[in-house]
Design a protein. Structure first.
Length: 151
Protein backbone atom coordinates (compact mmCIF):
# COMPACT_ATOMS: atom_id res chain seq x y z
CA UNK A 1 0.00 0.00 0.00
CA UNK A 2 1.48 3.36 -1.00
CA UNK A 3 1.78 5.83 1.84
CA UNK A 4 1.24 9.56 1.51
CA UNK A 5 4.18 10.64 3.68
CA UNK A 6 7.74 9.36 3.92
CA UNK A 7 10.01 8.39 6.74
CA UNK A 8 11.92 11.68 6.83
CA UNK A 9 9.01 14.02 6.60
CA UNK A 10 7.81 16.96 4.59
CA UNK A 11 9.57 20.32 4.56
CA UNK A 12 7.59 23.26 5.87
CA UNK A 13 8.50 26.93 5.80
CA UNK A 14 8.04 29.57 8.50
CA UNK A 15 6.91 32.64 6.58
CA UNK A 16 8.31 34.93 9.26
CA UNK A 17 11.82 33.62 8.46
CA UNK A 18 11.60 34.33 4.72
CA UNK A 19 12.60 38.01 4.96
CA UNK A 20 15.99 37.00 6.41
CA UNK A 21 16.68 34.74 3.44
CA UNK A 22 15.54 37.31 0.88
CA UNK A 23 17.74 39.99 2.47
CA UNK A 24 20.71 37.60 2.41
CA UNK A 25 20.17 36.90 -1.30
CA UNK A 26 20.34 40.63 -2.08
CA UNK A 27 23.28 41.38 0.21
CA UNK A 28 25.42 38.41 -0.91
CA UNK A 29 25.25 38.34 -4.72
CA UNK A 30 28.71 36.76 -4.92
CA UNK A 31 27.28 33.61 -3.32
CA UNK A 32 23.61 33.95 -4.22
CA UNK A 33 23.77 34.58 -7.97
CA UNK A 34 22.37 31.51 -9.70
CA UNK A 35 21.46 29.90 -6.38
CA UNK A 36 18.07 28.32 -5.85
CA UNK A 37 17.88 28.93 -2.12
CA UNK A 38 15.47 26.32 -0.83
CA UNK A 39 14.32 27.15 2.68
CA UNK A 40 12.62 25.05 5.33
CA UNK A 41 12.12 24.68 9.05
CA UNK A 42 13.01 21.00 8.87
CA UNK A 43 11.83 17.74 7.35
CA UNK A 44 8.80 17.32 9.60
CA UNK A 45 7.15 13.97 10.10
CA UNK A 46 3.43 14.43 10.63
CA UNK A 47 3.39 12.13 13.67
CA UNK A 48 6.02 14.45 15.19
CA UNK A 49 3.93 17.48 14.24
CA UNK A 50 0.91 16.02 16.03
CA UNK A 51 3.03 15.22 19.10
CA UNK A 52 4.45 18.76 19.15
CA UNK A 53 0.96 20.24 18.88
CA UNK A 54 -0.15 18.11 21.84
CA UNK A 55 2.88 19.13 23.95
CA UNK A 56 2.45 22.84 23.27
CA UNK A 57 -1.33 23.24 23.34
CA UNK A 58 -2.25 20.47 25.77
CA UNK A 59 -4.87 19.30 23.26
CA UNK A 60 -4.55 15.80 21.89
CA UNK A 61 -3.60 15.41 18.24
CA UNK A 62 -2.59 12.41 16.19
CA UNK A 63 -1.47 11.75 12.65
CA UNK A 64 -3.31 9.10 10.68
CA UNK A 65 -1.18 7.82 7.82
CA UNK A 66 -3.33 7.55 4.72
CA UNK A 67 -2.77 5.45 1.64
CA UNK A 68 -3.20 7.27 -1.65
CA UNK A 69 -6.45 5.54 -2.60
CA UNK A 70 -8.05 6.70 0.67
CA UNK A 71 -6.56 10.16 0.17
CA UNK A 72 -8.20 10.47 -3.24
CA UNK A 73 -11.54 8.81 -2.34
CA UNK A 74 -13.32 12.00 -1.19
CA UNK A 75 -11.98 13.77 -4.27
CA UNK A 76 -13.25 11.18 -6.75
CA UNK A 77 -15.14 13.77 -8.80
CA UNK A 78 -11.91 15.59 -9.71
CA UNK A 79 -9.07 13.07 -9.45
CA UNK A 80 -8.96 12.28 -13.15
CA UNK A 81 -9.56 15.84 -14.30
CA UNK A 82 -6.63 18.00 -15.43
CA UNK A 83 -4.47 19.40 -12.63
CA UNK A 84 -4.36 22.78 -14.37
CA UNK A 85 -7.51 24.84 -14.67
CA UNK A 86 -6.76 25.70 -18.29
CA UNK A 87 -5.25 22.37 -19.38
CA UNK A 88 -6.68 20.53 -22.36
CA UNK A 89 -7.95 17.09 -21.25
CA UNK A 90 -7.39 15.79 -24.80
CA UNK A 91 -3.67 16.69 -24.70
CA UNK A 92 -1.57 13.59 -23.87
CA UNK A 93 0.79 15.75 -21.79
CA UNK A 94 -1.99 16.96 -19.49
CA UNK A 95 -1.46 15.69 -15.98
CA UNK A 96 -4.43 14.63 -13.89
CA UNK A 97 -5.04 15.84 -10.35
CA UNK A 98 -4.31 12.26 -9.18
CA UNK A 99 -1.01 12.04 -11.08
CA UNK A 100 0.07 15.46 -9.86
CA UNK A 101 -0.57 14.77 -6.19
CA UNK A 102 0.67 11.17 -6.35
CA UNK A 103 3.98 12.61 -7.54
CA UNK A 104 3.89 15.26 -4.84
CA UNK A 105 3.39 12.74 -2.02
CA UNK A 106 5.83 10.22 -3.50
CA UNK A 107 8.66 12.76 -3.52
CA UNK A 108 8.32 12.87 0.30
CA UNK A 109 7.79 9.14 0.63
CA UNK A 110 11.06 8.46 -1.18
CA UNK A 111 13.02 11.26 0.53
CA UNK A 112 13.83 13.03 -2.74
CA UNK A 113 13.72 16.57 -1.39
CA UNK A 114 16.87 17.87 0.30
CA UNK A 115 17.66 21.08 2.13
CA UNK A 116 21.02 22.54 3.18
CA UNK A 117 20.24 23.17 6.84
CA UNK A 118 23.82 24.22 7.62
CA UNK A 119 23.52 27.02 5.03
CA UNK A 120 20.12 28.05 6.39
CA UNK A 121 21.61 28.21 9.91
CA UNK A 122 24.49 30.33 8.59
CA UNK A 123 22.13 32.74 6.84
CA UNK A 124 19.64 33.00 9.71
CA UNK A 125 21.01 31.68 13.02
CA UNK A 126 17.72 32.55 14.75
CA UNK A 127 15.58 30.64 12.30
CA UNK A 128 12.77 28.39 13.43
CA UNK A 129 14.19 24.85 13.44
CA UNK A 130 11.25 22.65 14.41
CA UNK A 131 7.50 22.38 14.24
CA UNK A 132 7.40 22.65 18.02
CA UNK A 133 9.31 25.96 17.92
CA UNK A 134 6.86 27.30 15.33
CA UNK A 135 3.80 26.17 17.32
CA UNK A 136 5.22 27.70 20.53
CA UNK A 137 5.86 31.02 18.79
CA UNK A 138 2.35 31.07 17.34
CA UNK A 139 0.81 30.35 20.72
CA UNK A 140 2.96 33.02 22.44
CA UNK A 141 2.01 35.56 19.76
CA UNK A 142 -1.67 34.72 20.26
CA UNK A 143 -1.36 35.27 24.04
CA UNK A 144 0.54 38.56 23.62
CA UNK A 145 -1.91 39.99 21.09
CA UNK A 146 -5.07 38.40 22.51
CA UNK A 147 -5.34 36.67 19.16
CA UNK A 148 -6.56 33.21 18.34
CA UNK A 149 -4.70 30.14 19.51
CA UNK A 150 -3.92 27.35 17.06
CA UNK A 151 -6.45 25.32 19.02
Amino acid sequence: MARAAGTRGVVHVALEDCAHYVRWLFYHPERANGMDLEVAIDHIRYADLAAAFTRVTGHSARYVDTDLESYFAPLAAITDRPAGYNADPADKSTMSFRDNFTGFWNQWKHDIIERDYALLDEIHPGRIRSAEDWIRRQEERARETCGESLW
